[in-house]
Design a protein around this ligand. Structure first.
Ligand code: SF4
Length: 189
C-alpha cells in the first residue's frame, strides 16, 4: 500500500467510491455543516490519518472546512490543539488507533451526532434510502435490510461492499480502514 498516494483533493471522490457508510456519513455531514461534534471529529480524524493523510494535509483539511463558519483565530484557539493531539503531536503524543466497527457500533450516539454505524444507528427508512442512493441495487437493498433487521450489522456492511464493488470483500468487514483499503485495492488491480 502506497500511503503517500492520498491526495486531499480526491477525498470527496474517495468518500463516494471507497468509504464505508460510517465515514461517508461523517464526511458528508462535515461538508454540509462545516463542523462535527467531538466524537465525529475524533473518529473521522483517526480514519483520515490511517488512510495516509499527512499531518499538514490533515490540519489543512479541518481548517479549511471549519473556517467556513469561524475565523482562523477561533479555529486555532478552539480546535487546533485537539487536532494536533489526535495526530499525536502534543500531549502524551500517543499514536491513537482508528476506531473499529465494534467500537463504533457500541458508541453512544445522541441527537446531532454524525458518528455512528449507519447499519446500526440509522432508522430503517433512512438507511434504506441511503444505501439505495449509494448504488445498491434493489435486491441488494432487501438483502441488506434483512441482515440489519436480524442485528447483523457488519455482515450487512460486507454485503453493501459486495453490491457496490465489482468483487466482494475477501473478509467480513470489521474495520472502516479495512473497508477502505480493500476498496482501493480493487481499483489498483
Ligand atoms: Fe462503518 Fe463498520 Fe458500520 Fe461498516 S460495519 S458502516 S465499516 S462501522
Amino acid at each position: 500500500n502506497d500511503k503517500d498516494a492520498i491526495n486531499p483533493a480526491d477525498i470527496d471522490e474517495y468518500s463516494k467510491k471507497h468509504y464505508p457508510l460510517c465515514m461517508r456519513n461523517l464526511h458528508e455531514t462535515l461538508r454540509a455543516n462545516h463542523h462535527l461534534k467531538h466524537y465525529g471529529r475524533l473518529i473521522y480524524g483517526l480514519f483520515l490519518k490511517a488512510i495516509g493523510l499527512k499531518y499538514e494535509q490533515f490540519i489543512e483539511f479541518w481548517r479549511s472546512e471549519f473556517t467556513k463558519t469561524m475565523d482562523t483565530d477561533a479555529f486555532n484557539k478552539n480546535h487546533l490543539y485537539n487536532f494536533n493531539h489526535q495526530f499525536g503531536k502534543v500531549g502524551k503524543r500517543v499514536n491513537y488507533s482508528p476506531y473499529s466497527c465494534m467500537k463504533i457500533i457500541m458508541s453512544n450516539v445522541g441527537a446531532g451526532d454524525a458518528h455512528c454505524c449507519p447499519f446500526r444507528h440509522f432508522d430503517v427508512g433512512r438507511l434504506r434510502a441511503k444505501i439505495s442512493e449509494c448504488g445498491a441495487p434493489s435486491e441488494g437493498v432487501s438483502e441488506i435490510m434483512q441482515l440489519v433487521n436480524n442485528g447483523h450489522y457488519q455482515i450487512a456492511c460486507t454485503k453493501y461492499f459486495q453490491y457496490t464493488h465489482p468483487q466482494p470483500s475477501s473478509n467480513t468487514i470489521n474495520h472502516p480502514n479495512q473497508y477502505f483499503e480493500e476498496s482501493m485495492n480493487l481499483v489498483k488491480d
